[in-house]
Design a protein around this ligand. Sequence first.
Ligand SMILES: C[S@@+](CC[C@H](N)C(=O)[O-])C[C@H]1O[C@@H](n2cnc3c(N)ncnc32)[C@H](O)[C@@H]1O
Length: 188
Amino acid sequence: MKPNHRYQRLADLIAPKRISRLFKPDCLSIIPEMNLYDNIKLLDVGCNNARLIFSLATFLHDFEFHGLDIDPRVIHRNQARNRFPNVHFHCAPAENMPFENQYFDIVTCTNALDQFPQRVRALDEMHRLLKIGGEFYVLEGIRNRDRQWRNKFDKILRQSKFINPQRQILKRNALLRKSYFVRYIKEV
Ligand SMILES: C[S@@+](CC[C@H](N)C(=O)[O-])C[C@H]1O[C@@H](n2cnc3c(N)ncnc32)[C@H](O)[C@@H]1O
């Protein structure tokens, strides 16, 4: 998929400008690295307050956004705040998600994978939901120079169905340098 300059400009608008000092990287920092194009169906797994989805939905009215979280309080709060007809929330576990196969063009999972009790099963679910050629973006905080931490996520992903040669460790911008941030493209 060729980069679309319209969306690159949008990404520059939304993405955070400051490097967070927090251990948890800002989910918005993945936006400039995402391949966005028209009419995308996007799922954010472990969305919590839906910062990523609400930020994108402010500008992208032709996209279909779905946020999923296991915490019902989070989902009710998001539903009460939601003013976008193209944004939907679901209370369900990442390990068993209520969507049909190959529904989404993009699946994101930021600062959440480490919390899932069955991480490989959750990853396999995300793989099931992606269209062929669809993209999966995973972001996790990583302690400074801690290779073990990075290897831990690599190992979890290798155990899942995302094992394929299209794995790309993305060029890390300053905001993402201390993160584990990987894009996978679903081939089969
Ligand atoms: C630290 S928050 C991440 C929020 C957001 N993605 C971000 O980057 O700021 C992690 C979220 O994962 C959710 N979560 C934990 N276990 C889950 C599971 N098994 N299935 C779905 N969501 C889960 C939690 O309820 C929480 O809202």
